[in-house]
Design a binder for this molecule. Structure first.
Ligand code: MG
Length: 502
């Protein structure tokens, strides 16, 4: 080729890449706690690729999920909205707080996801991994709620439900996996029942890396939601028995390897300087599961609760050349902010016909002096407003039951859970305590929520919070709850009536 022509071509490609909006990648863990990583202080968990990501990027110490369980938290991530607005909550006081394999509903079609928003700017959109925002609506094969119908053009290996307790194939807890709750899809088609754990992580990585290769010249959005570290615990042969921490450490190490493969792909394709990566978790660790659940470190409570352990997440933002490596910030941020920040960075206008709870945190990413955009954060359990964060203060209007003092000896002999259970799952009923005046903590001085402040001395703080609650509730317009409607005919099954295939 003519030298001049080659130079022109190189220049044109470089110019178009320079003008190209940045790629956005969300790496999302499941039931992974604030205290699970070495870089967050875990004493025996080995350092891994996710700790490297923290060293090369920005680590948050006050990042909050949108809810304390999988389905509502994922709805909050993808829409930037509290789940009470998108209907991803149970009706009344029924306590089915997540979608199941035979749920009839899913994330409503008119909710705008990050993928749909970024597509308007020409982004290629891809999803790999766990979904948990609905499967079928009318038949066992319509897949009406799957990611393909929520803005994802490419969907690789997918767990439309979850990797759950019933998927246990170790023989430790279950005789055999329960196929009805344990299945994997490629896009909208079920291909494996039960999940083959040895194949799972390599297959997720192959699809995520393949998507990046295929779209290396496009702007792209990749949502990679790991099956890890939700029970059942699993790991591939290269990871099994390797962590000092046991099965949870092995499972986490495999997740970190998968994340590292994505990062090294971005680096090897020279995309790192034009890609913003977020890593965080959907909700806190399932602490009732002993050494098979994660760690909230010094935080009180875990998954399903609005104590800090249920909602304060490890979180990393990474963008070489843009985000200063090795920074740590204590500015308050939320998983719902990813929606708004992605829109800002991509140069897309936010939808104007819906209330967005997330805020633009790009100033925090790039400027060490930037302050949190959140004056108040509202922490829900289904339809119930449980607690409100304001500055260093957190007011609990309701609290859930914590695991009893003897649960480790009763339920966790030798660190192994006797079964899957929760003690503080409910948002209503006898295990929930109302506080009037609210139970107030300074969670910056006292992140363990151990030393309640004297309400009489903090009347001005409580009055400000009460006024914010009144205004929030007056403007809320909740959508009718959509969880808890089930139809056995919607059961995903690869080869009826057997529901077993490899
Ligand atoms: Mg979860």
């Amino acid at each position: 080729m003519d030298v001049l022509l080659t130079a022109l071509l190189v220049f044109t490609v470089a110019a178009s890449l320079a003008e190209q909006p940045p790629n956005i990648v969300v790496l999302f863990a499941d039931d992974f706690g604030y205290g699970d990583m070495a870089s967050y202080g875990h004493p025996t968990q080995e350092w891994n690729a996710l700790d490297d990501l923290a060293s090369e990027g920005l680590r948050f110490t006050q990042w909050y999920s949108g809810e304390s369980l999988c389905t509502p938290s994922r709805a909050a991530l993808l829409t930037g909205r509290l789940p009470v607005r998108s209907g991803m909550i149970p009706g009344g006081e029924k306590e089915n707080r997540v979608l199941g394999p035979t749920s009839k509903n899913g994330l409503p079609q008119d909710e705008i996801t990050i993928a749909e928003l970024l597509k308007t700017k020409g982004y290629a959109t891809g999803h790999v991994g766990k979904w948990h925002l609905g499967i079928n609506a009318n038949t066992a094969t319509d897949g009406a709620h799957l990611p393909a119908h929520h803005g994802f053009d490419y969907v690789g290996t997918s767990l439309p439900f979850s990797n759950v307790w019933g998927c246990d194939d170790t023989g430790v807890h279950e005789k055999r996996p329960d196929n009805k709750v344990c299945f994997a899809y490629h896009n909208t088609t079920i291909f494996q029942q039960p999940i083959n754990h040895t194949e799972l992580t390599p297959s997720l990585v192959r699809d995520a890396v393949g998507f990046i290769h295929d779209h290396r010249t496009d702007p792209f959005f990749l949502y990679f939601a790991f099956a890890h570290c939700h029970v059942s615990m699993f790991s591939s042969p290269g990871f099994t028995g390797e962590s000092a921490r046991g099965v949870y450490g092995d499972n986490f190490a495999e997740m970190a390897w998968a994340a590292g493969e994505v990062i090294s792909t971005l680096k090897s394709l020279d995309l790192a300087n034009n890609t913003l990566v977020f890593f965080t978790s959907d909700n806190g660790p399932h602490i009732e599961l002993c050494l098979e659940g994660g760690s909230a470190s010094l935080l009180q409570g875990g998954k399903s609760m609005t104590y800090e352990g249920g909602i304060r997440m490890p979180a990393i933002a990474w963008w070489p050349g843009k985000i200063q490596p090795g920074r740590v910030t204590s500015q308050i941020a939320s998983t719902m902010d990813i929606f708004v920040t992605a829109a800002k960075i991509a140069g897309v206008d936010l939808p104007t016909n819906v209330t967005i709870d997330g805020r633009d945190i790009s100033p925090i990413l790039f400027d060490v002096d930037a302050k949190t955009p959140h004056d108040f954060l509202f922490h829900y359990c289904s339809s119930r407003l449980m607690a409100v964060r304001h500055g260093p203060y957190k007011a609990h209007y309701y609290t859930q039951m914590l695991p009893l003092a003897n649960y480790t000896t009763v339920h966790c002999t030798n660190g192994s859970p006797h079964g899957e259970f929760f003690q503080g799952w409910a948002c209503y009923g006898p295990t929930v305590t109302e506080h009037n005046p609210p139970l107030l903590f300074n969670v910056e001085a006292d992140p363990s929520e151990t030393y309640a402040l004297n309400a009489a001395e903090y009347g001005d703080v409580l009055a400000k919070i009460a006024a914010a609650v009144t205004a929030h509730k007056a403007a809320l317009k909740p959508r009718p709850p959509l969880l808890g409607v089930n139809d056995a005919h919607l059961q995903p099954c690869c080869n009826p009536p057997h529901c077993a295939c490899e």
